[in-house]
Design a protein around this ligand. Sequence first.
Ligand SMILES: [Zn+2]
Ligand SMILES: [Zn+2]
Length: 306
Amino acid sequence: MKCHCGKEAVVYLPYSKRYLCRNHFSTLVEKRFRRAIRDFNMLKKGDHVVVGYSGGKDSAVLLYLLKKLSAKMPIKITAVSIIEGIKDYRDQEVENELSKLPESLGIKHIFKYYKEELKLTIDEIAKKVRGSVCSYCGVFKRYILNETARKLKATKVAIGHNLDDVVETLYLNLIRNEPLRLVRYFNPIYKEGGFVPRIRPLMYVPEKEVALYSMLHNLGVIKECPYAHKSLRYFIRKQVNAMEERFPGTKFKLLRSFISLANELSRNASVKLNRCKRCGALTTSKLCMKCQMELALKGEKVEDYL
Ligand SMILES: [Zn+2]
Ligand SMILES: [Zn+2]
């Protein structure tokens, strides 16, 4: 099959019934990346962006596109890789491997270790919790990235969430009856109080297209985390993919709905923020998520702090 320009197609996009060649496909991804940045005022000239860089396709594409953008919009970029402490998953060899892309792009790259930041590795956490450690990892990684950005006086934290990730997260919030999270997701209110605003410039790019883009541009891929497991998110992912298969364009429509909902809610809802009683971070509850998790891991009672 051929692209509209006559070149051999590398992809078919069912939601727009188009065949695209390598160049036109890349242009499309890059356009969506820039549009998301514009739509949500994610970046401005002079920003210092800390990029959560795991070496997976999403964060590799994010790093690559930000570097490309920086030619037109002067921004400072620092890539941060968080080493969780998973035996046989990230060893020295993997760390060297991880450094290759930032190095080739001329981007400053630093490592942060669970062991140093939290005094615990994910392997140790996994021994203490029943079921999934992924939710712990999510909260702790967010914490470490934010702390790193704060210490570097960075103005933004960029994460490689693609369209699929964003839709799943928002879906999960609805299932958990946490619709106000939608508001905070799109309109971060915690610009002060130690939180560095988080941006997700790949939110308009479907996962499959991030994967194809990373393949076409030879951007590093690291194997899946051995702790990845079949959580509720996994089932949502399957459902959303099935809907997309049957009704192409569903993911884009869901995202648009979530954005409208967030805008609608933000007019009425005021999200009240408190200081965490244990660490002082801003939170909607009495203790921040990171402290709640640390207490659970230490076997201490949350009530002692309330
Ligand atoms: Zn073409
Ligand atoms: Zn706290």
